[in-house]
Design a protein around this ligand. Structure first.
Ligand SMILES: O=C(O)C(=O)[C@@H](O)CO
Ligand SMILES: [Mg+2]
Length: 258
């Protein structure tokens, strides 16, 4: 069974953000992820991880003005300086929390735009160079067009091509099974083909983005497939509980504590 990371942005919303760490540990999780830690000091997050014996699997770089609809900066040529600042800020948090993976959001830009493509590649080169000395991977995640209309990285083939083209050892794919199913389907073959370049996996039911096992995919079989493929990374539980986080955990198989 893969090692699951509770997504503290979507799960445990019944508690305040800092209290979600203890609740996740109590529920049996040994790792967590979330979108953004930036409303709290790095030391506060590190303390919650330490106190609850949790590993920080992943979080995102600052995405620009999220409340105003921004969804990342990397593919926005006019925001290159701000993007570089966001890399430094995220690395401060990654070092404090011992996170080994950072998700770089591309932003809203036409997928076919040469200018956006060039800015994106330059941004990824910069992020990977800054993260590499710390043993940190930079992840890119294709997002489906229904949840994230206008998002630059909207295709798994495009992500794989960019990773191959840049050839950076710490640039990896964030394979979100929910987005994969909506964008392309063919999830098992996708995992088989892309696992060598995958640094993180996420799961949610399709189409409602709720608990695994409640949608159109056979999630238990996909977890077995990950075991068969010797996937040793995390599976982030990036779903919105249907009727309470704890009430919806019947699907969850606790990993032995490491
Ligand atoms: O939406 C997702 O899926 C994510 O993983 C986020 O980090 C980006 O919105
Ligand atoms: Mg995701």
């Amino acid at each position: 069974m893969p090692r699951f990371a509770a997504n503290l942005t979507m799960m445990f919303g019944e508690w305040s953000f800092l209290d979600r760490f203890a609740e996740a540990a109590e529920a049996g999780f040994t790792a967590v992820e979330f979108l953004f830690p930036y409303e709290h000091q790095p030391a506060e997050i590190a303390d919650r991880l330490e106190r609850n014996g949790l590993e920080q699997a992943l979080f995102n770089l600052p995405p620009g003005d999220w409340a105003a609809g921004e969804r990342g900066l990397a593919a926005l040529p006019e925001r290159a300086a701000e993007f570089r600042d966001s890399v430094a800020r995220a690395l401060d948090y990654a070092l404090a929390t011992k996170a080994r993976r950072l998700h770089v959001m591309a932003g809203l830009a036409p997928s076919g735009s040469a200018e956006a493509g060039a800015a994106y590649r330059e941004a990824l080169r910069h992020a990977c160079a800054a993260a590499a000395p710390h043993g940190i991977d930079i992840l890119i995640e294709p997002l489906n067009k229904r949840d994230m209309p206008g998002y630059f990285l909207d295709d798994f083939g495009m992500a794989a091509d960019i990773i191959a083209e840049l050839g950076l050892p710490n640039l990896k794919l964030q394979f979100d099974i929910y987005h994969r199913q909506i964008l392309h389907g063919d999830v098992t073959r996708g995992l088989e083909a892309l696992l060598p370049i995958t640094g993180h996996i996420q799961i949610a039911s399709v189409p409602l983005r709720q608990e695994p096992g409640t949608g159109e995919l056979d999630d238990a079989r996909l977890f077995a497939t990950l075991d068969e493929l010797d996937y040793a990374g995390f599976v982030g539980c990036e779903y919105r509980p249907r009727a309470g986080t704890l009430e919806g955990l019947a699907w969850f198989v606790r990993a032995p504590r490491r």
